[in-house]
Design a binder for this molecule. Structure first.
Ligand SMILES: Nc1nc2c(ncn2[C@@H]2O[C@H](COP(=O)(O)OP(=O)(O)OP(=O)(O)O)[C@@H](O)[C@H]2O)c(=O)[nH]1
Ligand SMILES: [Mg+2]
Length: 244
């Protein structure tokens, strides 16, 4: 039942090309439960075509409103920067369109953030029971990167590259976000923690294997760039501290 006091929840799903199983992700969204928690949902699919296309906008079916935003500029972070600039909501729930994250757990995550006043809740995939969902060195690389973030910034997140997180607009409005690539995943966690550490938390989640091939860049290069990004941020912070 929709009431005037419902809060607005924006579900944001960035997709590069049209191969991600978006309809499946949308159908795993527990909209009725969210409504009973007082949230009215609109999903926003931020779609970046792989090549210039004159095709009509893709459409996706769900039992709640779905809008497609076209972002011709490539970049995972770019998709979120565009979405945050255009969408008004009380809470933003963000995740990949590849069906690897347990969106069905959202009511639990929202209840936790409401009861303990968390404004930024991220998820941790890097647990033993998810080992088989990671290919090759991906799990080790992710753990190393997260450890590096912890070492330099004492970030409490054990999985700094998780693509499933939620943030309240009251915190989002106070963050300074600029990264247009996959660095965005580190940037938003770092910013949220630096701006309001006590409002951040992380929850362990199941993580599922990707069944469609990924269009993203090489994981090794991406990992090195993330390491370099966090090191640069650290050096910048150190030199600022020395000036004061
Ligand atoms: N709009 C938009 N979405 C993107 C872009 N790059 C990646 N995405 C989407 O962002 C989400 C995360 O990308 P993934 O390729 O899953 O990245 P990942 O989770 O680090 O890699 P995997 O482990 O292979 O899943 C997916 O839904 C992608 O389709 C982009 O340039 N634009
Ligand atoms: Mg993914």
């Amino acid at each position: 039942m929709i009431s005037l006091s419902n809060k607005r929840l924006a579900l944001i799903i960035p997709i590069l090309g049209l191969s991600e199983p978006v309809t499946q992700v949308l159908s795993s969204f527990p909209s009725e439960k969210l409504l009973s928690l007082g949230f009215e949902t609109t999903a926003y699919i931020v779609y970046t075509p792989l090549e210039e296309t004159k095709d009509p906008l893709p459409s996706f079916l769900a039992n709640f409103p779905v809008e497609v935003l076209i972002e011709p500029k490539k970049g995972y972070g770019q998709a979120y920067l565009t979405a945050f600039a255009k969408i008004k909501a009380d809470i933003f729930v963000c995740l990949d369109g590849d069906m690897t994250y347990p969106l069905f757990l959202l009511p639990k995550l929202i209840s936790l953030s409401l009861s303990d006043s968390y404004l930024f809740l991220s998820t941790n995939r890097l647990i033993e029971s998810n080992r088989d969902s990671f290919s090759g060195w991906n799990l080790v690389g992710n753990k190393l990167l997260s450890f590096f973030h912890h070492l330099l910034f004492h970030l409490p997140f054990r999985d700094t590259q998780s693509g499933f997180w939620l943030i309240s607009s009251s915190l989002l409005d106070r963050l300074s976000l600029h990264e247009t690539s996959f660095l965005f995943s580190s940037e938003i966690k770092l910013e949220a923690f630096l701006v309001d550490p006590s409002s951040c938390t992380e929850v362990k989640i199941p993580y599922f294997q990707r069944n469609v091939s990924s269009k993203s860049v090489n994981k090794l290069i991406s990992g090195l760039n993330i390491g370099l990004f966090i090191l640069k941020r650290f050096l910048k912070k150190q030199s600022k501290n020395e000036l004061h």
